[in-house]
Write a protein that binds this ligand. Structure first.
Ligand code: PLP
Length: 850
């Protein structure tokens, strides 16, 4: 084969349309309804053919069409409207001096995947969409954030099914020319190439830069000629199954990402690790801090965790990435030298127990130990995560494990149906999405006419059904289906029937087949003469997950039974486009995972904001969202030991809710009329999603609770040549050296009671601090309601004060207790470091009375 040099030809864009080019090169367009409309109206057919990718689209348009548009006054007026919005929302930024981050502040956000738009296939599912939405909201809120990820040339797989319903995977190559990105250049004007030391050959990569509104996204790519073939392929596919590939991907993301930022002269004051995949960031960041700031390892290890945010997403222990020490060691050699530590000791940072040398290195554990700001992604998931990691803080109760939660949110303008966009603009004003959480704006949702809301939803539903029919014709056409089947497929589903959507990853715990557990009951529901029900399913199984694929296969076989043929469909190749159609056009969004395995589940929020009602197990976000006004629950948040029994109980509960509540509510209307009770719930659901599950709220929470405090901490640590950081390192060593000698004698009470509310008594105890002083140690009275004989639930702490220095390191501590409520109480005494949060939560610096 000859070596081919490729070149791309773009149309001549007339002067007056020049902005189209700018617009197509900033992903801002993909969440701006007016911008999408601008492209679409040029040629709806080609827009759809280009799969909503503006760069591909522009190459399809005839020069004549562009010339005509250049004279089209109505088009130009829309273009100018979008242009001025672009100016305001993208080009204009806040004066950095007036923000908490100042001129220098910057948050580096690392993620293995980013789901921004279907034309940029570098994501698999919820985690990626969340990360993409995070960038969008950071742009809207004008937060100085920069995203780092990998450029996968073959992305995540495209799904299709064979005749038998068995999932097949296809990895088409992404056309890089059609992505709005540019290579990052070095000072010499050449492509910036970064090199990571590795066992045989260094791993080199180039970087692509994309604009997501005001925020930049950097995507690292090892497919360059300088690399060996094996290394070139590292960034080929998202979630490679092969262990070594997976490891090298995470090395490129974490270590490479930090090296890249350094080479670009970007010095983030805060780092956010989205899931454990990116935890290697910490190693390289520590070494950069040591070299750039001329501090030792111990000091660097006081700086990095205090400015790191870690978000965990996985409630299942097996779901966390782990690597064997043998695989890791060669990559850690450099750090061993830089840090002056044996490799085994660095590996221990990610191992559960100190003694076991061969235990795998857990990425999440490493991240957890290196980040002061840790969070789960819903209230329930925060609780599950605290319980899962409680063994790392063995002396603390679950509720004291330092992992909080920030409930995920969705980027509303990316998923809201065009019909609702119009209603919102009319009733809430053109910038509704900026002020969506304001109370008065929420009240305006009540002003939307019932009839308008319902008709808007009906339009979305009919759009869904039209697309399903096209999609099904395509699917069956490819499988060479008979003419009879093809004809049937063209009229599948009913425009007016209650439509239930279910689309998620086909992991077994999500139970994509729960509804099929009792086929007779399902049949009675689906084929009810007056009140028919239909289902749209979609979703991929992980390529290695044979059980998940089996669930899809079964589903296809059920759906092909004569009685379900017209009523139950499965759409292949679920992606952001299908997701939008479904969360806009279904009536019910079904979710039936095994609690508590769904960490959050953002698709339900997307449905809710479109007035699609959730019918779900009380798991993930729905525990926070559910009320009777907003949708339905299956069960009552029970957890089970026997999965088969659980399925039996919960499937029956599901049929019951459908038959008794959902179906009657939907069909409760006069002929041609509107289901008033249903529309009332739609409205409540929309208000809930806008107010509580919009990701502008989420990003604001991350900013206020984590980014700003971490950035400010960086500023104080940095003062006077890192004086405080150095001091902390010394202090930390003192604690490690002397903590074990702290001894607390059993406390005594001034009275044994019983007490009445508002009585007070005092507690005293002798504490031997050894070499440490009362300034360094906080002795706390820890008290609360007793559960059982010696279980203190939700204990409170209150500092005790030194009443007397007994000499020789022994002190009498004392404090008063006010009896502020009746019940059976207990108390005990403990000691923690008298220092900042990071030191106070060090797992081994905690001593109880003994
Ligand atoms: C929102 C979204 C998800 C995440 O949905 P879950 O509720 O977590 O299953 C997955 N894939 C796509 C394409 C999405 O848009």
């Amino acid at each position: 084969m000859k070596k081919i040099t490729s070149y791309q030809v773009y149309p001549q864009i007339p002067e007056s349309l020049a902005f189209l080019e700018t617009l197509s090169r900033n992903l801002w367009w993909c969440w701006t309804p007016d911008a999408i409309e601008l492209f679409r109206r040029i040629d709806p057919h080609l827009w759809s053919k280009a799969k909503h990718n503006p760069l591909a689209f522009l190459t399809y348009i005839e020069q004549d069409r562009l010339n005509a548009l250049a004279e089209d006054r109505s088009f130009l007026s829309n273009l100018n409207k979008v242009k001025s919005e672009f100016q305001e929302r993208v080009i204009t930024c806040k004066d950095p001096q007036k923000t908490p981050f100042g001129k220098e502040g910057c948050i580096a956000y690392f993620s293995m995947e980013f789901g921004i738009h279907e034309s940029l296939p570098i994501f698999a599912g919820g985690l990626g969409v969340l990360a993409g939405d995070h960038l969008k909201a950071a742009s809207v809120n004008d937060i100085p954030l920069i995203g780092l990820g990998l450029m996968y040339r073959y992305g995540y797989f495209r799904q299709y099914l064979n005749q038998d319903g068995w999932q097949q995977e296809d990895y088409p190559q992404t056309n890089l020319f059609h992505l709005p990105m540019e290579k990052v250049k070095g000072n010499d004007g050449q492509d910036l190439i970064i090199s990571i030391p590795a066992p045989n050959h260094p791993i080199r990569f180039q970087t692509w830069k994309l604009q997501v509104g005001r925020v930049s996204l950097l995507l690292m790519d090892t497919y360059i000629s300088e690399n060996t073939n094996e290394i070139k392929e590292i960034t080929n596919r998202l979630y490679a199954a092969e262990h070594n590939t997976r490891l090298t991907q995470e090395i490129v993301l974490g270590i490479g990402g930090m090296k890249l930022l350094e080479a670009m002269g970007i010095n983030p004051s805060v780092v956010h690790l989205n899931e454990g995949h990116c935890a290697f960031v910490n190693l390289e960041r520590i070494s950069q801090v040591m070299q750039k700031e001329h501090v030792d390892l111990k000091t660097a290890m006081e700086i990095v965790p205090r400015t790191t945010v870690f978000t965990t997403h996985t409630p299942v222990p097996a779901g966390h990435d782990k690597f064997s020490p043998e695989l890791l060691a060669p990559y850690f050699n450099v750090y061993s030298e830089l840090f002056g530590l044996p490799v085994e000791q660095i590996i221990r940072w990610g191992q559960e127990k100190d003694e076991q040398q061969h235990e795998p290195f857990c990425m999440s554990l490493f991240a957890l130990r290196m980040a002061q700001f840790c969070n789960g992604v819903s209230e329930l998931h925060g609780k599950v995560a605290r319980h899962m990691w409680t063994h790392i803080w063995p002396s603390r109760a679950d509720e004291e494990v330092p992992i909080g939660h920030v409930t995920n949110g969705i980027h509303v303008s990316s998923v809201l149906s065009p019909e609702l966009v119009m209603l919102f603009e009319r009733h809430l004003g053109p910038q509704w999405y900026l002020a969506s959480q304001l109370k008065e704006n929420m009240a305006r949702v009540d002003d939307i006419f019932e009839e308008d809301l319902w008709r808007a939803h009906e339009l979305s539903r009919s759009r869904l059904i039209r697309s399903v029919r096209e999609h099904m014709s395509y699917q069956y056409g490819r499988r060479n289906a008979s003419r009879r089947v093809m004809r049937a497929v063209e009229s599948v589903l009913d425009q007016d029937a209650l439509t239930i959507g279910f689309s998620r990853r086909y992991a077994t715990y999500k139970r994509g087949n729960l509804i099929f557990r009792d086929l007779e009951r399902l049949n009675a529901i689906v084929n009810n003469k007056d009140h028919p029900v239909q289902f749209v399913f979609a979703g991929k199984a992980h390529p290695k997950d044979h059980e998940g694929k089996e669930v899809i296969r079964q589903l296809i076989h059920y759906a092909e039974q004569e009685r379900f043929r017209h009523k139950i469909v499965f759409l292949e190749d679920y992606d952001m486009h299908t997701a939008r159609l479904m969360v806009q056009g279904c009536d019910i969004w079904l979710n039936n995972p095994r609690r508590p395995m769904e960490a959050c589940g953002t698709s339900g929020m997307k449905a809710a904001v479109n007035g699609v009602l959730n019918l779900s197990i009380l798991d993930g976000w729905w525990c926070e969202g559910f009320t009777d006004d907003r949708g339905w629950r299956i069960g009552n948040g029970e957890e089970y030991h026997d999965p088969d029994y659980q399925d039996a109980v919960e499937s029956q509960a599901l049929y019951n809710v459908l038959e008794n509540d959902v179906v009657p509510c939907y069909y409760d209307r006069k002929p041609g009329g509107i289901p008033n009770q249903w529309v009332y719930k739609m409205r409540e659901s929309i208000k809930m999603a806008m107010a509580d599950f919009c990701n502008l709220r989420m990003v604001r929470e991350y900013t206020e609770r984590f980014y700003v405090p971490a950035h400010q901490r960086m500023q104080t640590l940095r003062e006077n040549q890192w004086a405080e950081a150095k001091q902390l390192a010394v202090q930390h060593q003192r604690y490690l050296q002397h903590w074990q000698h702290i001894h607390i004698e059993p406390p005594t009470c001034s009275s044994r009671g019983p007490f009445k509310v508002n009585d007070t008594f005092n507690v005293t105890t002798v504490v031997h601090l050894g070499q440490l002083t009362p300034d360094e140690v906080e002795v706390q009275l820890y008290y609360g309601l007793l559960h059982g004989a010696d279980d203190l639930c939700e204990g409170h702490e209150t500092p005790m004060i030194v009443a007397e220095d007994r000499g020789d390191g022994a002190y009498i501590y004392r404090c008063d207790i006010i009896c502020d409520g009746s019940g059976q109480y207990g108390f005990t005494v403990r000691a923690v470091p008298q220092y900042d949060e990071w030191l106070r939560f060090q797992p081994h610096l905690l001593t109880w009375v003994n």
